[in-house]
Design a protein around this ligand. Structure first.
Ligand SMILES: [Zn+2]
Length: 104
């Protein structure tokens, strides 16, 4: 949320000025990782070297990512100030049977 001179806001999606006294919409939510348990298949054929190689590969993958990215993958809460037009776009995308299409 960006605030200017204490009386105005900017839409967090399109940047439109939201003047005090006009409708402003707040979108709050969170994206978090759901974990339903780990399934480990018994693989008696697998050598300790191949297990070690797999662990080392995973560690290298994790080292490429930032702490912030890893944290946000687990839990990412957010809050947006929106103009009416962006509120309507998000509503149409998220409602059941909606047109969910998040563009870059
Ligand atoms: Zn907007």
């Amino acid at each position: 949320m960006k605030k200017q001179k204490g009386i105005k806001f900017l839409c967090d999606l399109c940047g439109e000025l939201l003047e005090e006294g006009r409708p402003r919409f707040i979108c709050r939510g969170e994206i978090f990782c759901a974990f339903d348990g780990l399934e480990i298949e018994e693989d008696l054929e697998r050598s300790s070297e191949s297990v070690r190689a797999e662990i080392e590969r995973l560690i290298r993958e994790l080292e490429k990512r930032t702490e912030e990215d890893l944290r946000d993958e687990v839990h990412f809460p957010f809050r947006l100030d929106l103009c009416r037009k962006c509120r309507d776009r998000i509503y149409r995308a998220l409602k059941p049977g909606g047109e969910l299409e998040i563009k870059n």
